[in-house]
Write a protein that binds this ligand. Structure first.
Ligand code: G6D
Length: 349
């Protein structure tokens, strides 16, 4: 397994390094220490044409200036926390809010804005980048000093494995995710609406005001949210359901059923023949379809179009600390947080 590295700039006075892992099937993964962010995933299509299948900015400065979350490690808590307020073991906490009155994606200096440390391990069958960082007590208002390791492993079976490990010296919250957007066509100017999705989920979390979870888990049966038998993503964008109309597609958490030996999700693009299978130990996957065009920045000279990519953000249900029955995202000093998500890339000729 081939590994290379290059210094791509500086942020917060610290050098930012990008690592590229390449496997024998022509798949290569590049990720940088700023935000432990994946910045390129090159894979061939059914005709052998190799293209980047994820959204990425043109430069490090663009990531820092615009914070698009593209491919970034999100935390301490992915998604929104209502009013940035929660009770933890009987103590009320207020974290820094950065979207109206709520916190989004860990706050203004979330994990995606840090320059992580990294080291690389490689063998014949796989190569890993082990990103580590310390998020100090009080960062974005969170209690406890959190030590985090996120490992990206590319295997000779064309899997991108993401594993998280974290410990804390005081009770805190931790619900990380990766915010990669896939566009398997290899052309970010081609909307993902003709991609096919097969999703092993029978329920989704309803969005209320400010895109906060309402607390209700709704059945997918008979709605545009039921992708158990597969379907085109255009169903979500063109659906008349109040929840798809609300956000012009999906921006929803889907509760996963985790059927033994089955992928939790399969995203595919018939035209290119590319597909990605997702396997995770997490309760849910937030699917966001880049529902708005962006004119604050350009990629390769063009503004980013609506539906330029789709996320498969595996995590615990958002706002779990405030929502009954959404799971437990607390981390205590005597616990070790661990989680794994695998994206397996395939090409159908
Ligand atoms: C929007 O509501 C969506 C989020 O889910 C997404 O993560 C963010 O854009 C990038 O706020």
């Amino acid at each position: 397994m081939k590994v290379s590295e290059t210094i791509i700039g500086q942020v917060h006075g610290k050098e930012v390094v990008a690592y590229t892992l390449t496997n024998p099937n022509g798949i290569s993964l590049t990720a940088m220490t700023y935000g432990a962010t994946i910045t390129e995933l090159l894979m061939p299509d059914k005709n052998g044409k190799t293209e980047n299948v994820i959204l990425a900015m043109d430069s490090l400065d663009d990531y820092v200036t615009h914070r698009p979350y593209y491919g970034a490690t999100i935390g301490r808590v992915a998604g929104r926390i209502t009013k940035g307020a929660f009770d933890l073991d009987g103590t009320a906490h207020q974290v820094v809010v950065n979207e109206g009155g709520n916190q989004l994606h860990g706050g203004p200096t979330g994990l995606d804005t840090l320059v992580w440390d990294a080291e690389v391990q490689a063998s014949a069958d796989e190569a890993s980048i082990h990103f580590t960082t310390i998020d100090e007590d009080g960062a974005n208002g969170y209690p406890g000093t959190l030590s985090v390791t996120v490992s990206y492993t590319l295997t000779s079976d064309s899997e991108w494995k993401i594993t998280y490990r974290a410990t804390t010296d005081q009770a805190t919250l931790f619900n990380p995710t990766n915010h990669v957007y896939f566009n398997l066509s290899g052309d970010i100017n081609k909307p993902i609406l003709q991609h096919d999705l097969q999703l092993n989920s029978a329920a989704f979390a309803e969005l209320g005001d400010e895109n906060l979870p309402s607390g209700a888990l709704l059945p997918a049966e008979g709605t545009p949210f039921d992708f158990r038998s597969g379907g085109k993503l255009s169903v979500a964008a063109e659906g008349s359901h109040p929840q798809t109309r609300k956000v012009a597609g999906f921006d929803h958490p889907f509760l996963l059923q985790h059927d033994e030996g089955q992928p939790d999700a399969i995203l595919s693009d018939t035209e290119s023949g590319r597909s990605v299978k997702m396997f995770t130990d997490q309760d849910c996957v937030v699917i966001f379809m880049h529902n708005g065009a962006v004119d604050k920045y350009t990629i390769a000279g063009s503004p980013v179009i609506q539906y330029a990519g789709i996320t498969l953000e595996t995590q615990a249900l958002p706002d779990a600390v405030n929502q009954e029955g959404f799971g437990d995202i607390t981390l205590h000093p005597d616990e070790v947080y661990s989680a794994e998500t695998i994206y397996k890339f395939e090409v159908q000729n």
